[in-house]
Design a protein around this ligand. Structure first.
Ligand code: SF4
Length: 64
């Protein structure tokens, strides 16, 4: 699955990292990928933790 970040929608709540280590934050708290500075990254379809993070982002700053 491919996950996209929409940083303009991120409210820096920090929730996504409680689900998955795939997500980290810039100094201002805005989401980034842990292993990449790109806005799109590929994850295994069975990466349930990352899928849960996407589903639970309150502002839809993470999308499949
Ligand atoms: S859960 Fe959504 S709004 Fe919260 S830090 Fe992660 S991407 Fe940003």
């Amino acid at each position: 699955m491919k996950v996209s970040l929409i940083p303009e929608k991120c409210i820096a709540c920090g929730l996504c990292q409680t689900y998955s280590n795939a997500f980290d934050y810039h100094d201002d708290g805005i989401v980034k990928f842990t292993d990449s500075d790109e806005l799109v990254a590929e994850f295994p379809d069975n990466d349930i933790a990352t899928l849960e993070a996407v589903k639970n982002c309150p502002t839809k700053a993470l999308i499949l």
